[in-house]
Write a protein that binds this ligand. Structure first.
Ligand code: NAD
Length: 256
């Protein structure tokens, strides 16, 4: 069986580097292109050289893995789909409009694609369990905590979790009792009618708690990525399965 040829964009970054190493170590996939336009960046893997720009069209590849940021990820994913290459977007912060742009390109070109807010299998399960809990306990808030170099807030995982909770609620949540906000942001941001609190500190990687409150009880669902290797099982799964999709999907669970 031939290997899956993968182009990694953002290849010298924290997630891109880990992804290059993972692909190099796997028997059924290979790095076809590694793209990073950062200043003075070096390839993290011996024998794999970096190029600055993603070619147009994208040739000689089956799958594109995107780990830059929302705007360039949209542009690169659309270019991939237009070239018949399946995009996997790991970068966070894409607006609904940007997601639709990629979905349209996938549909027009008849290729599958996926946006993955979180590649950690445990985080996918956390979202699934939160969805289940929200059916019974509609009052929930999300606390997400990330390293101090994360440029977007709230995290893509927190936004997706809030959407899932909102969709799964069978009864309305209780009204927020707060009438006086003494400091702006004290109650977090309302995302799909779920309050989300974002913490940024050195030492953290990616962590999230979903706290559900009921009558005389509190349920906390918690997930911690303590190393970026936690994302790699999901990255490999997405690379192996994305070509089975015939549309642009949201979430790793669509491939599990
Ligand atoms: P990083 O800053 O370490 O890496 C980003 C890399 O992209 C840099 O090397 C930069 O030079 C490169 N880059 C930026 N714009 C580019 C462009 N236009 N063309 C080519 N290269 C470009 O960031 P990171 O920690 O690796 O995170 C990358 C993205 O992945 C972020 O959006 C982050 O939120 C997201 N993320 C997603 C998951 C997930 O599970 N889905 C997990 C962690 C991080």
């Amino acid at each position: 069986m031939s290997r899956i040829r993968v182009v990694v964009v953002g290849a010298a970054g924290r997630m891109g580097s880990e992804t290059l190493r993972t692909i190099t170590d796997a028997d059924d996939m290979e790095v076809a292109l590694a793209v990073d336009r950062g200043q003075n960046v070096r390839s993290p893997v011996e024998g794999v050289s970096l190029i600055e720009f993603l070619p147009d069209p994208v040739e000689g590849c089956d799958v594109l893995v995107e780990f830059t940021h929302a705007e360039s990820a949209t542009e690169h994913a659309v270019r991939a789909a237009n070239s018949g290459v399946c995009p996997i977007i790991g970068a966070s912060g894409l607006s609904n409009l940007q997601q639709e742009e990629v979905a349209d390109a996938c549909r027009l070109n008849g290729v599958g694609g996926v946006l993955v807010p979180n590649f950690a299998i445990g985080a996918v399960l956390m979202m699934r369990f939160a969805q289940e809990a929200a059916r019974w306990l509609p009052d929930a808030e999300v606390i997400e905590m990330h390293h101090d170099r994360k440029i977007d807030a709230p995290s893509g995982t927190a936004v997706r979790t809030a959407e899932l909770i909102s969709e799964a609620r069978r009864t309305a949540k209780r009204p927020d009792p707060t009438t006086t906000i003494k400091h702006e942001g004290a109650r977090g941001a309302s995302v799909s009618d779920v309050n989300v609190h974002s913490v940024r500190l050195p030492g953290l990687v990616a962590h999230q708690q979903v706290v559900f409150g009921g009558e005389g009880e509190v349920l906390t669902i918690k997930h911690d990525s303590i190393s970026r290797t936690s994302f790699m099982q999901g990255v490999k799964l997405a690379i192996r399965k994305v070509r089975d999709l015939d549309t642009f999907a949201i979430g790793l669970d669509k491939l599990m």
